[in-house]
Write a protein that binds this ligand. Sequence first.
Ligand SMILES: [Zn+2]
Length: 133
Amino acid sequence: MDAVAQHLEAGYPNEACGALIGRAGDGTQPHQALEFRPMRNAVTDRPWDRYVLDPLEQLQVQKDAEARGLEIIGFVHSHPDHPPRPSQFDTERAWPFYSYVVAAVAQGKMAEVRAWRLDEGTKTFREEPLTID
Ligand SMILES: [Zn+2]
């Protein structure tokens, strides 16, 4: 979480993002994130309230993870001076498998952090427990 805070705060007042690398849950077990990989926000026109991953960078992150027997299990992004709830934009671009961690960054400091998963049936986000070991 220190690495997450560092990257998201450095990106302020724009949205910053990255990938969670770890092991996937199996339905009874939640996803387990072992590390955070900072990524660049590829949005150029309005990066203060949107983020898009660079697909080539995402592919590289995925390859690096797989080479070590791990995988991308989720993504983190910041909401500068806004609550950590997924936006409509976030919802439309989400995939059901991944955990989406959204962190509010208030006045440049990481504040509330929450985790969400897209419900395949309703295409809406449901909050999931976020435990930091
Ligand atoms: Zn968002």
